[in-house]
Design a protein around this ligand. Structure first.
Ligand code: NAP
Length: 312
């Protein structure tokens, strides 16, 4: 098994990770980014972003390519497709083991982001890939002229529902309240979309089908009334949960698992920082992830320098 040594190892190659990589490498510390899959993180799947300053409209994949190229310019070493098996964040150096390699680091910056939350209803796991999808951009074309449902009331649900209207003949947006959480500008566009029908005060109780999904069971949250809705596909967009399984309780987290940090992005362990969607933060956007990355990396570099002062 190959062993690598770096001053800073960044776990996760999304916007937070790339921003941290850029700032750490510019701070003249040796820097690596490792990621469970291809680099780019969640935004790589976003069709378009309209709120990243400097770009009035840019594809998520295109923006992440620019982040990566920028980190490359400063010599960040990239290790994609590395599934983390274990981490020892308290030891010195800190150790990250993947299936293929061992990484030793003076500081670790955690930027592993978050993943979609599941509805947790009967049929959901069974029909993944056969009518249940968590990525409209990836799967929308399979639903050309079909009827689909999106669940949730946040920006993701509403934006992805609108995207699906470009393919599907009809899109139901099912929300558990009668008011959306999504930004007002997003809501206004959605209410004008004639292919989008809102089903308010309702939750999904079951996903049914034979080979493929053909209906869902809904429950009205006010009246408890149960009804069947015929659909060909369902896209739950009900929020996100942090990718932290590998941490194994070594770091302070909130009750949902998001990592707690101070304003320098430092976690409860010296030399370990958390940035982007994986940490407890009031806003999860590409710009806030990038901002976290800059702050965390600057303080990680200071930490490396403080270790060097001690050993001189
Ligand atoms: P979110 O804002 O947390 O919204 C989750 C939605 O799902 C809420 O409407 C919530 O209902 C509903 N929900 C939660 N649990 C549910 C359950 N068990 N059953 C049914 N419904 C449930 O999540 P998100 O939309 O994924 O967005 C995550 C973050 O990314 C947000 O900060 C968002 O602004 C950001 N984002 C930004 C953009 C953009 O700016 N272009 C695009 C996408 C996402 P309640 O409202 O009743 O709680």
């Amino acid at each position: 098994m190959q062993t690598y040594e770096f001053d800073t190892v960044i776990l996760g190659g999304g916007p937070a990770g790339f921003s941290a990589g850029l700032y750490a490498a510019r701070g003249a510390v040796s820097t690596a980014i490792i990621d469970i899959s291809m680099l780019g993180g969640q935004p790589s799947n976003y069709l378009e972003l309209e709120n990243y300053p400097g770009f009035s409209k840019i594809g998520g994949f295109d923006l992440m390519e620019k982040f990566e190229e920028h980190a490359d310019m400063f010599g960040v070493q990239k290790f994609p497709m590395q599934e983390i098996e274990s981490v020892d964040l308290v030891s010195s150096p800190k150790v990250i083991k993947t299936k293929e390699a061992e990484f030793k680091a003076k500081t670790v910056i955690i930027a592993t982001g978050a993943k979609p939350m599941k509805l947790g209803v009967q049929g959901e796991a069974e029909y993944v890939g056969r009518g249940v999808s968590y990525c409209a951009v990836c799967d929308a074309s399979f639903y050309r002229d079909k009827v689909v449902a999106v669940v949730g009331g946040g920006n993701s649900a509403v934006e992805e529902a609108m995207y699906l209207t470009k393919f599907a003949s009809k899109v139901y947006l099912i929300h558990r309240r009668n008011e959306l959480r999504a930004d007002k500008i997003v809501q206004e566009r959605a209410f004008k979309n004639e292919k989008l029908e809102f089903i308010w005060d309702s939750v999904v109780k079951e996903i049914k089908g034979s080979d493929l999904v053909n209906s869902i069971v809904l429950q009205n949250t006010k009246t408890d009334e149960i009804s069947d809705l015929e659909i060909n596909g369902i896209f739950p967009y009900i929020g996100i949960t942090p990718n932290v399984d590998y941490i194994n309780g070594q770091i302070a987290q909130d009750k949902s698992g998001f990592i707690l940090t101070d304003e320098t992005m430092k976690t409860s362990i010296d030399g370990v920082y958390a940035i982007g969607d994986v940490r407890k933060t009031p806003l999860r956007q590409v710009i806030t992830a990038a901002s976290d990355g800059a702050i965390g990396a600057v303080y990680a570099v200071k930490y490396v320098e403080s270790l060097e002062e001690v050993t001189v």
